[in-house]
Write a protein that binds this ligand. Sequence first.
Ligand code: GN1
Ligand code: MG
Length: 360
Amino acid sequence: MKDLLSIVSHFKIQGSVQEIKPLGSGLINDTYLVATGDGTPDYVLQRINHSIFQNVEMLQANISAVTGHIRKKLEAKGEKDIERKVLHFIEADNGKTYWFDGENYWRVMVFIPRAKTYETVNPEYSYYAGVAFGNFQAMLADIPDKLGETIPDFHNMEFRLKQLRDAVAADAAGRVKEVQYYLDEIERRAEEMCKAERLHREGALPKRVCHCDTKVNNMMFDEDGSVLCVIDLDTVMPSFIFSDYGDFLRSAANTGLEDDKNLDNVNFNMEIFKAFTKGYLESAKSFLLPVEVENLPYAAALFPYMQCVRFLADYINGDTYYKIQYPEHNLVRTKAQFKLLQSVEEHTPAMKEFIASCMG
Ligand code: GN1
Ligand code: MG
């Protein structure tokens, strides 16, 4: 606490700090709530995982560009309550939106009062989330700044497969032999799953500014269920729209947990799919190309698949990327994502039918 307190003291916050405690469930950065007394805002303090986000200057420049652009759009629309609808980062005494303590990078943002995050949502909230992510992409369609890739090739499926194959070749933790079944299942789907990269090379599929981490818990809801804003902006960068559509469904339409040990719990929930898709298409239909709409069921499969590849590669590497709570955690995650993928595959014809009905 004392160290955290001295870090916070480098940021221009209001009020005096009463308490600092852990917040949220992210797998990458460390997040804390900084409570101040009555009458002044609370804050969120984050230690940026800079072994993953190596270019912190670029990271924070992207985030400033995105939040600045959204703020202007909200102001132009005459939106009220703007402070709760876009993140607000606090300047440090070095004039930047982050502070380097010689070892770690830190940042502080205003805590949004009375907002809630959820690990699971009902169809109604999924519909709101669909509208919100469609709007998020629409608002960023004309951002004048060129955003950097904070993690190069982040959602590039060909690259993620290469990482997995490199991990298998090195077999650093001696775990390859126990995961052969999953490696075979992954390879069987590899060509189909790299479709987006191929379409992009052919000039048929554009990149747009996307959020790229649309897990349901990266969205703030107001008390009445409406969406306030999208958080966790570290990965906002040019990508295929599949990223945002697919990753939301991967988390929200899973009837089980991302790391469920009981695979019977894990299935793809079509009610969530329908509600989210309806909302997303309502706000994104006007700018989406036919090739993007046609491939939404592919996107729904791509993200459990990609996450399965990433968790498995990390397991094989000996758990160097994701935070884990027990030794087989990444393997448990891999199995749960694979089960989700299988369920998505079973529902593909029904998904296509539903999407056609929304476009009709
Ligand atoms: C990470 O930071 P967090 O926990 O929201 C990861 C995502 C994965 C997700 C899996 C920078 O997100 O890509 O989909 O875990 N973020 C990064 O839960 O790798
Ligand atoms: Mg998060």
